[in-house]
Design a protein around this ligand. Structure first.
Ligand SMILES: [Fe+2]
Length: 167
């Protein structure tokens, strides 16, 4: 009984698509960091979506909705990439937070300050993604490099749009 339950827990798959196991393992760790960071950013983006006030209310409310919806999809895609390269995807909010390079938001700030913080967070995530692309390239994992390159562009654009609303 206990044995068959154990068999239903996600475990490492023997993936043989031309990327070394050691490299795939490192990439799974990198993806976990990016997913954790994206989760924290998702929650902070929703915080702005709900609480923003002032003349930019409508544009920021709409913009942040697009951004958190994009983050939601990206988190799913990146977690599924971890499974495709053979490893376990993260589970639970504390695991997300433990792997995040982005600090959680614990209190409400004036709208401009929260938006400024989002800009810094997108920049931080862009830097992490740039490292991830380099790592995936070095390992010849072109698919992961491609996915992370796309994410890098999205975060650079999000930072620009948020920055433009407060400058
Ligand atoms: Fe909403």
């Amino acid at each position: 009984m206990a044995q068959s339950k154990m068999q239903n827990i996600a475990k490492e798959f023997p993936v043989k698509t031309g990327v070394d196991r050691k490299d795939r393992r490192e990439l799974a760790k990198m993806l976990t960091k990016i997913i954790g960071s994206s989760h924290v950013l998702y929650a902070k983006t929703r915080g702005v979506h709900w609480n923003v006030v002032g003349p930019a209310f409508y544009s920021l409310h709409k913009m942040t909705e697009e951004q958190y919806e994009d983050l939601n999809e990206a988190i799913d895609e990146m977690a599924e990439r971890i499974r495709a390269i053979g490893f376990q995807a993260p589970t639970g909010l504390s695991e997300m937070m433990n792997h995040s390079v982005i600090a959680d938001q614990t209190k409400l700030l004036p709208a401009n300050d929260m938006v400024k913080e989002l800009v810094e967070d997108h920049d931080k995530l862009s830097r992490l993604l740039r490292d991830g692309v380099a790592e995936a390239d070095d390992a010849d994992d072109v698919k992961t490099a491609d996915l992370l390159t796309e994410r890098l562009g999205v975060h650079e654009e999000a930072a620009w749009m948020l920055r433009a609303t407060i400058s």
